[in-house]
Design a protein around this ligand. Sequence first.
Ligand code: ADP
Length: 441
Amino acid sequence: MLSKAWREELWSVGGLLAVLWLLGLQAGLSGWLVPVGLIVYLLWHLYHLLRVARWLDRSSKRLPLNTPGIWGYVYYRLEERRRKAKSGKKRIGRLLKEFKTSTRALPDATIVLNRDFHIQWLNKAAKNLLGVRKTDAGQPITNLIRHPELQQYLVAKEFEKPLYLQFRVDIHLSLRVVPYGKQQYLLLVRDVTELHRIEQMRRDFIANASHELRTPLSVLQGSLEQLETGIGDTSELRKPLARMKRQGQRMMSILQDLLTLARLESRHEGDQPQSVSLTVMLEDIMEEARAASEQLGGHRFHLDIEEQISVSGQREDLYASTSNLVMNAVRYTPAGGDITVMLKRVPGGARFEVTDTGAGIQPQHLARLTERFYRIDTGRSREAGGTGLGLSIVKHVLERYDSRLEISSQPGAGSTFAFTLAEKYLEESGQRVVSSAREVS
Ligand code: ADP
């Protein structure tokens, strides 16, 4: 379209100049009319340039679209652009209005934050839930929700998981940060006080029920012991009594594991971390493991343990997690199999690994092993004295140390259960004194 307008313009100017030249010749003015025509043509352009400049200043003025030649084309294009920009602006305005209306209606507090996490915009729920006012716009969000955990969460910028906070004494919040656009963030805050209360009730119920059941069970176990010593060696009651004792012992182990889980699930802000030597702790665990192994026909143990790896944490928790992994290897590896226990410093922390040459685990079970009471072979687990809660305890303990259980297994060949504790939990650097490939059968 531009080329057509341009061609027309050139033809008109060319034609006009030719006519002026001929007229000039006829009137005896030789070529004088041509420069006069050029000056008029120049003035015409200057006039339209001025119009465009004025229009750019105040685009509200309408442009003369019916102007002939190249200027008609220029005016048409400018007008078209203005129309498009106007409708785009209207559409964005409408979208913004819809966004504001819908977020205003959201029951969750919604706050728009800029790249420095300063408040840009907030909805009504945010005002009600957090007590934020319109005048707080521009302030950092951490001034309004004063919590060191929020500060760390925002600095770390790991927003895949929500953050749970206690806001004031009686309000529990779940916070989600959604990055969008050019370093803008949408902060979604939900009141989860009720959910938190129900969750707490569930935990308390399990803990209380386990606690309450423990006492009568201990009495029953004591009575069974008494009965056992009271009857003769040949009594036909021996077998059922032994069965009852075994089942009682199983129930006690389940209750103990449930209590451990309940304790791990409730936060212990007041718990003072202790200095726990993993190396020394592992010696106790290995003693237990050897005793259990002997009862099952014996295994070959290989130890690769660095001395002096100490952790700042809770001994009970660390003991529960490491001993569960070692005891599982003993339980699920046939007699004569190999069990390797490794504790080493690695870049970024300390790694603990238990490898066995047991039956291994089919891949479809791997993701579910840490669920409560999930067992691949229930009969086998029971027979081996398992509660189905061991790996769940391990998972909970490791979560407290920002770590996670890594399981790799080859069915028929064996399994490896491992975790890494980050440097920040370690107390002093390890010294490599290894009791490698020490065999105990
Ligand atoms: P359990 O008390 O039954 O051992 P856990 O939570 O400790 O419960 O383990 C869950 C299940 O994972 C076990 O029942 C067992 O089937 C499987 N498992 C755990 N450790 C091993 C292992 N080293 N080799 C093979 N299977 C294992």
